[in-house]
Each structure stands twice: as C-alpha cells, then as structure tokens.
Design a protein around this ligand. Structure first.
Ligand SMILES: [Zn+2]
Length: 92
C-alpha cells in the first residue's frame, strides 16, 4: 500500500536561496563496492541549481534499506555503462 504524500516544507536552497520543491528522486549509493539505486526517495530539490536535501528520517530509512541483504538480493538489477578513463581522453 502506498502512503499518502505528505507535503513537507524543505525551506530554501542553502546554495542559492531558491525555495525547494518536493520531488521523488533516485539516489545512488556505493555500498561495499556495489552500486545500489534507491528509487522514489522523497527529497527537496532546488529547481535552480539542483541541490537536493533529504529529511533525516528518510535518510535513516534509506540507510536501513541499503543495509538489508534480503531486500538487495530480491531487488531487480539494472546494468550501467562502465567506462574506463584513459589518459588519452584527458588530452585537449
Ligand atoms: Zn539552489
């Protein structure tokens, strides 16, 4: 069952003082060398500079998710591009 979306006032962006808007975002975490993506994370997003803030309780819940081996094992997997940086790419 989906919980009701409770509007939360994220205040203003710390960087550019633009009022934050609530959005569901994807957050990526590297846990022990593995990339984990958590979807539909409620966060305040700055429409101007893209700064994101997550409420403390949401942050704690995400941490629990990423520490739950069962949830991780059962989660659908995605493949991501992996590019090796070469010093040749750094040439201007
Ligand atoms: Zn901003």
């Amino acid at each position: 069952m989906k919980k009701k979306n409770v509007k939360y006032n994220y205040g203003e962006c710390e960087i550019c003082n633009t009022p934050m808007k609530e959005r569901l975002i994807k957050q990526d975490f590297w846990i022990q060398g593995k990339l984990i993506v958590v979807e539909d994370v409620p966060a305040g997003v700055c429409p101007k500079c893209g700064e994101k803030v997550v409420k403390a309780n949401v942050g704690r819940s995400i941490l629990k998710l990423t520490e739950n081996p069962d949830r991780i094992a059962k989660a659908p997997k995605i493949s991501v591009p992996k590019i090796k940086f070469d010093m040749k790419d750094a040439r201007v």
